[in-house]
Ligand binder design. Sequence first.
Ligand SMILES: [Zn+2]
Length: 177
Amino acid sequence: MGIFGWSYPAGAANDPYAPYNQQENPPEWTTAQNNARKLFRYFGAKNWGEIYRALYKGSDCGVSVGISLQDDGKPVYCNDLYKYELNAPVYQINISSIVEGVDIDTETQIVSLTEKGTQKTGDIIKRLFSAVEKVEEEAKYIWDQTHGCDECDIEGEWGDNAVNPNCKACKGEGEIR
Ligand SMILES: [Zn+2]
């Protein structure tokens, strides 16, 4: 099977003159490979699992990381990522987080590998960290809306006790449920 799922006739995969082997990869695929290479180099990673681990450990809320693969329906998440190395046909990274105690997911932030970085969006490393930052901000918001202590006395967006920054009992830190 080729990267995008087309199959070769028997023997053709090893024949450099076969038309199948002269076809160049689509440009967005070359971009995806270059972006993946950049990420692996940046994190010193041998597989996508190590990138997940680094992002998880580096974030306050412990982000979940998924990769979407060409020709493969559902994204693969977290610990399953250790099976996928640089040659995996990944075209997208999905970042999200579940807030402890309430099971409210943040929105999933999508980082496309097939897009070249622009001055506005920044390169793949910058886009990845900005996605992580957005998820962290949302996770903190969800936490604050749902983890007030008994004395906080503010109703949050979903009807729970929200953290009151001026609460004397928990000093604005809320409590872990
Ligand atoms: Zn409180």
